[in-house]
Write a protein that binds this ligand. Structure first.
Ligand code: SIN
Ligand code: CO
Length: 371
């Protein structure tokens, strides 16, 4: 059964999105947990899945990173297991992100799930992403403070950055089906009351520093010929040691021109933003399908499944997936974005089949039987 989310999105965006935290009571009425603590513990034993156990026994913070071999010696309370990008690996859990697909998909990061015992949490901290924390089984007490650039942060453990005491603007317990939305930058602390499960749907954007650095890499790879500063109208100045303001402006313009070139900027961003933020369940086809094999599998009625949470996005006339441009026209790209499952009739022209063959052989879509 899929959980149904009720949110007045217009009201939410107007009043809360990236403005202030809020508790949305009973947003998932009759919420049913899509995963069990045992299944979560099983995922955290896998090499390619990011996980950690955070504990706070007698006020001493500790963090260990997976994969985990066993869960012995953890005791009854004050520890939690956190597993990143569960939407990539667990079909039922992935259904929880569906209702959030009305938000800009380029900003969606992942579904993180935490299982916590009595008194457990990761401590008071500030995240650099927006998060919807859905309470599953059990309940948690959340204290959320206001945004303030002056909060002091410190390492409570080498893997745990905590924030000093803050005055809560929210101090409440949430129970199954409630959502706590916390925008980037608001300090928060959640403490489990008994055993509990929390589902964090995260949205992340990139800093100017990250963007510039990545754009520079793209420019180096895609414009191998250097663009040199030149000034054919040069006049002698009274001080040859001083860099003239107009020269600085010309240098800035020379750099900004690259960013302002939509062909470069859009192509870079499409490729950059579709790169995965966490490991995906991509299995290249070995040996690769031939064109005949591929078409006959589709014609026999087999459906193609898109790898869960692989990043596929549109910019202008182009579609991008997993860091590359898809050489297909927009009407087909629309079909590829809108449908997680594809069938023959949607793809039945020569170019589409050729392009899809390549993407399927790379593992971005798969026939249900093959995995
Ligand atoms: C948790 O689920 O234990 C931590 C979530 C958070 O505070 O970001
Ligand atoms: Co947090």
């Amino acid at each position: 059964m899929h959980n149904k989310l009720t949110i007045d999105w217009d009201d939410f965006l107007t009043n809360y999105w990236q403005k202030k935290p809020v508790i949305l009571r009973d947003a998932f009425a009759n919420f049913s947990d899509p995963i069990t603590p045992d299944e979560l513990a099983g995922l955290a034993m896998e090499e390619e899945i990011e996980s950690r156990i955070v504990s706070n026994k007698n006020g001493i913070w500790d963090a260990k990173f997976g994969p985990f071999i066993d869960y012995n010696n953890l005791g009854e309370d004050h520890w939690s297991l956190l597993v990143q990008a569960v939407d990539h690996w667990h079909e039922q859990a992935a259904t929880l992100v569906e209702p959030f697909k009305c938000l800009p998909q380029w900003q969606f990061e992942d579904l993180m799930i935490s299982y916590a015992t009595q008194g457990a949490g990761v401590g008071p901290h500030i995240d650099n992403y927006d998060v919807f924390i859905i309470q599953g089984m059990g309940s948690r007490r959340w204290q959320v403070g206001d945004r303030n650039p002056n909060y002091k942060q410190f390492s409570a453990h080498k893997a745990l950055l905590h924030v000093e005491d803050y005055q809560p603007i929210i101090d409440e317990e949430i129970t199954s089906g409630d959502i706590l939305y916390i925008p980037i930058g608001f300090p928060h602390n959640g403490v489990s009351i008994g055993e509990s499960l929390s589902y964090s749907v995260g949205f992340r954007t990139q800093t100017s520093q990250e963007l510039l650095s990545n754009f520079a890499d793209y420019i180096i790879d895609n414009l191998p010929d250097g663009i040199f500063y030149q000034d054919p109208n040069l006049k002698l100045s009274s001080d040859a040691y001083r860099i003239q303001p107009y020269e600085l402006t010309k240098l800035q313009d020379q750099m900004i021109e690259l960013i302002n070139n939509p062909k470069l900027f859009n192509d870079w961003f499409g490729k950059y933003i579709t790169l995965p933020m966490h490991e995906l369940n991509i299995v290249p086809v070995e040996p690769a399908y031939s064109s005949e094999e591929f078409v006959s599998l589709l014609q026999s009625g087999l459906e193609l499944y898109r790898v869960p949470s692989i990043r596929i996005l549109k910019i202008g006339d182009y579609g991008y997936i997993h860091g590359e441009k898809i050489a297909l026209p927009m009407p087909i790209i629309d079909v590829l974005c809108a449908n997680e499952i594809l069938y023959y009739e949607q793809l039945a022209d020569k170019t589409t089949l050729e392009v899809m063959l390549n993407l399927v052989n790379r593992g971005y879509w798969y026939f249900a039987e093959q995995q």
